[in-house]
Design a protein around this ligand. Structure first.
Ligand SMILES: [Zn+2]
Length: 214
């Protein structure tokens, strides 16, 4: 059986930046409800799990302002998942004329949506409706935005990009990496079809909708 050992998630924005690192960990929980303008907040007949998804991030090597940005990204994810548009865009995602994702693990769009709402990471497979990950910031001069390993609940995020991303961009990257934790994969090198894989396509959807909340 072929096992991919490393998910490298490459950049789509190329600008550099760097900050000092600090020591220590922090844990953040996002339970706030943010009223926003400019976003479609009609929840209609969404499944209740779409409105209750929570985020539990353990942050490593984050400065205070970096923690704040990651907090905002986590909050954006909660808000995005609670929209009709998020569900609609996943259920209607199309590749080559069919309503599917590339590298979908044999799941339909509806099953992928449900998998996201369940929040059962492969390494912690209880359906707790929560995003559970450790996030470690590092600096690398490469064009890698972030990476993770299938056998780790940690994701590594490149400060070079994190420092210049908006909270919506951070949310996009975080969601992409978290989808790996749910077991979704993508091709190691770029191709037209890779953008239709679950991590890339759903990450992009999160980033798009997230901008509406800023
Ligand atoms: Zn990836």
């Amino acid at each position: 059986m072929k096992v991919s050992l490393l998910f490298l998630c490459l950049s789509f924005i190329l600008t550099s930046g760097c900050g000092k690192q600090n020591e220590g960990n922090s844990e953040t929980n996002f339970d706030r409800v943010v009223l926003s303008q400019g976003a479609d907040t009609d929840t209609g007949d969404l499944p209740s799990l779409a409105l209750t998804l929570s985020t539990r991030l353990v942050l490593l090597n984050f400065l205070e302002d970096e923690e704040e940005k990651m907090d905002q990204a986590g909050e954006l994810i909660r808000l995005v998942v609670g929209t009709q548009e998020f569900r609609r865009r996943i259920l209607n995602h199309t590749f080559e004329g069919r309503k599917i994702f590339v590298d979908n693990g044999g799941l339909t769009n509806q099953e992928i949506y449900q998998t996201i709402l369940d929040g059962a990471e492969r390494l912690s497979p209880n359906r707790n409706n929560r995003i559970d990950v450790q996030v470690e910031l590092y600096y690398g001069s490469t064009n890698v935005i972030g990476y993770t390993y299938p056998n780790s609940s940690r994701i590594w995020v490149n400060r070079k990009y994190f420092s210049i991303y908006t909270p919506a961009g951070v949310a996009q990257n975080l969601f992409h990496e978290w989808l790996h934790k749910l077991g979704f994969n993508h091709a190691a090198t770029w191709s037209d079809s890779r953008d239709y894989s679950v991590p890339y396509a759903v990450g992009n959807i999160v980033g798009d909708i997230g901008q509406d909340f800023l």
